[in-house]
Ligand binder design. Sequence first.
Ligand SMILES: O=C(O)CCC(=O)C(=O)O
Ligand SMILES: [Fe+2]
Length: 323
Amino acid sequence: MKQKTLRYRALRRVRSLPAETASRLLAMPAISRKLNESYEKARASHRPRLPQLSPFDKDIVAGLERNGVYVTSLDRLDLPGTGALWRSATGIASAYSLRAGQGEFAGEYTVQVGAEEMMHHPHIVRWPLDDRILDIVETYLGLPAACDTLNFFHTLADGRQVAARRWHRDVEDRRMVKVIVYLHDVDEDGGPLEILHRAFPGSDQLDGGNFPVLTQEMLEQRLGGALEPGDVTSCTGKAGTVIFADVASRYHRGRPAIARDRSALFYNFFSRSPLRPFYRERHVFSRAQLAELAAGQSARARDCLLWHANVPLLARIVPRARS
Ligand SMILES: O=C(O)CCC(=O)C(=O)O
Ligand SMILES: [Fe+2]
């Protein structure tokens, strides 16, 4: 991704108009009340069917409830397939790092591993479709999880405050869970994910979900002063750090990296009837590729990956917004 030209940005605005209009419609009091009622009803009727969690997994959900974030590691999670995930994903990350070093991505701020390449490593995409991760996400959402698959990002250390490096909230659903895996050590200068624990007018409730996207300076202006250490969880960590974060209910950003590039996996979960499905699928896969990835998986994993099939027609006809 490059910083975009004015013309491109204007075009993107036009393209996202239907999604924005639909979001505003959904926020109209009569409609939003109805939607909230059926959301609460769905959660209540799913409550007796929520999975049983181990004490450790309960802790992850408790962290999400309390702070919107829980930081752990691949070792502690100890999920099946972690060795294979690690070998392939760090291999790809090293290749991208080499290419970045040779200047191939000059002018870009983030590069994403493409679908073709990822299809050679389906075990990376499928890694979080394990019952334990799905149980954790389902418990936090209060509803069965949909997986909007994976973004494998190589973020360049250019210090620029652009795109997801500005403070923002993701808007696909009311609650979301990103499961993020760092493929090498990430310190303060290496672009850690940061979660904000403070509110400002408009940060919690805003019709249409068009939450302002803010640079650090703009955020501090809204907060009326500089951020204090406890205001933000800065998710620094060793290689293999795993972060569970609710990026819908919390303001967050990728802190602009200045010292070294960052490679990480971002798995994206929300409910199977997300509030704003027209912001979905910001990943790289086609529907045919998703079907291929779902083939041979458990019924639960398939339903989780192919959740689009159940989105109501009315929501499906709104064209998808482009990022
Ligand atoms: O690059 C980052 O750490 C920010 C990621 C982000 O905004 C997200 O996962 O929703
Ligand atoms: Fe985000």
